[in-house]
Design a protein around this ligand. Structure first.
Ligand code: PLP
Length: 425
């Protein structure tokens, strides 16, 4: 028994499921999760000292690689001045200015502590601004764990939300409607059903929490049009895609402008940070200037701002990174596609730039239903086979692989060798 197994035995007695966030539990895999000791560049090391190539990257924040020197320095420097004041600081202003100066659709921004909070707050502002209550989300899109967002596809797209979790009163999800990703007709139908009462459509511009599901051509543009036609706001949840697909996120990458945007993950460079922002007239509704209440004792925390702002500045000043990530994505996911073809395997790979997923299904994956057609047992075997070869991926069929700047061509080619090996057995 290794140290990870020992720690997991202790953990399950004092932490529900032994983890502080469910996906870490290797639920579908059936072994103890690797407990991580440290990470550097594209490598991560478990408590038993085993080295892995890491494709989780803390679920996205480590776009520059683990332990990126400039980010680390900025955190150490900020720590010397104190960990938190709960008062206004200069670096919060710098962070907000930097985002507003470089993201055309963000005139004002509010920092929070997680993606969940960012979405919860953006939805509240959208409702406050429009004076309407209904929200349309998409089956398979994850927007954090606030009550109103924990809604399953339920019994079909024409019903209002059935809570996806115990402890969520039906009243909290009554106004959440679920549409089908990549299906504009399903959105129009809900807009009609809501009878002018849709406050907002919220979408992951690239689905990345049902595995990676890219938007079909015209899908995001169509959402923009439908929102304008029905007087609803369009919210892009860019917690994963923001500052990743392009500096301006999916909005820039696909050339579609949302009214509100939510950020998380990359914006904190590994510290717990989220943010939401958008047009001035909407954001001016947020307290203390406006009537939409939203607060946070540790929001804009100086250590988190130092880490996040340093990473954002680096990304902005080195935008060649985005072309590089695009190339790395083609090398890795394109390479995997080739291997599948070589081995006559009918599985599908979806990818957008640095994000990608191998789906163990013969169907094209375009929405939640097709994603769920995947053979999760086959995924679980693949995961274990890859882990044994030193490749650390998300322990779920329904998560993305994250490439960072630190994944060199050589590392990617080694990873492809491991994939080939696995499918050769
Ligand atoms: C991770 C994620 C969230 C939630 O962020 P947390 O920081 O985990 O609360 C929201 N939306 C998307 C798209 C995410 O990937």
């Amino acid at each position: 028994m290794g140290l990870s197994e020992e720690l997991f035995d202790r953990a399950v007695k004092v932490i529900p499921g032994g983890v502080n966030s469910p996906v870490r539990a290797y639920g579908a895999i059936g072994i103890a999760p690797r407990f991580i000791d440290r990470a550097d560049g594209c490598h991560i090391y478990d408590v038993d000292g085993k080295e892995y190539v890491d494709y989780i990257d803390s679920w996205g924040p480590m776009i520059l690689g683990h332990n990126f020197p400039e980010v680390k320095e900025s955190v150490l420097k900020a720590c010397e001045k104190g960990l938190s004041f709960g008062c206004a600081t200069a670096i919060e202003v710098e962070m907000a200015e930097f985002i507003c100066d470089h993201i055309p659709h963000v005139d004002m921004v509010r920092m929070v502590n997680s993606g969940t909070e960012a979405v919860m707050s953006a939805v509240r502002v959208a409702r406050g601004f429009t004076g309407k209550n209904k929200i349309i989300k998409f089956a398979g899109c994850y927007h954090g764990h606030s009550d109103a967002m924990l809604v399953s596809a339920g019994s079909g797209v024409m019903t209002s939300g059935v809570p996806d979790s115990a402890g969520v009163p039906k009243g909290c999800t009554e106004d959440t409607m679920t549409a089908v990703y990549n299906d504009l007709d399903s959105v129009r139908a809900l807009m009609e059903q809501a009878d002018g009462q849709t406050a907002a459509v919220i979408v992951e511009a690239v689905g990345a929490n049902m595995g990676v599901v890219p938007p079909k051509k015209g899908f995001l543009e169509g959402l923009r049009k439908l929102c304008d036609e029905y007087g609803a706001l369009l919210i892009f949840d860019e917690v994963i895609t923001g500052f990743r697909l392009a500096f301006g996120g999916a909005a820039e990458y696909f050339g579609v402008t949302p009214d509100l945007v939510t950020y998380g993950k990359i914006i904190g460079a590994g510290m717990p940070v989220g943010a939401y922002g958008g047009r001035r007239e909407i954001m001016e509704l947020v307290s203390p200037v406006g009537k939409v209440y939203q607060a946070g004792t540790l929001s804009g925390n100086p250590i988190a701002m130092a880490a996040g702002l340093t990473q954002l500045k680096y990304l902005y000043e080195h935008q060649e990174i985005y072309k590089d990530l695009e190339e790395k994505g083609k090398r890795l996911y394109g390479g995997m596609e080739k291997i599948l073809a070589e081995k006559n395997l009918p599985y599908h790979i979806n990818h957008v730039s640095s994000l990608g997923s191998l789906f163990f299904t013969e169907q094209e994956v375009v929405d939640y239903t097709s994603a769920k057609s995947s053979d999760t047992k086959a995924f679980s075997e693949y995961f274990k086979g890859m882990l044994a070869q030193g490749i650390h991926m998300a322990p779920s069929q329904f998560e993305a692989m994250f490439l960072s700047v630190a994944h060199t061509d050589e590392i990617i080619d080694q990873t492809l060798e491991a994939v080939r090996n696995y499918f050769t057995k």
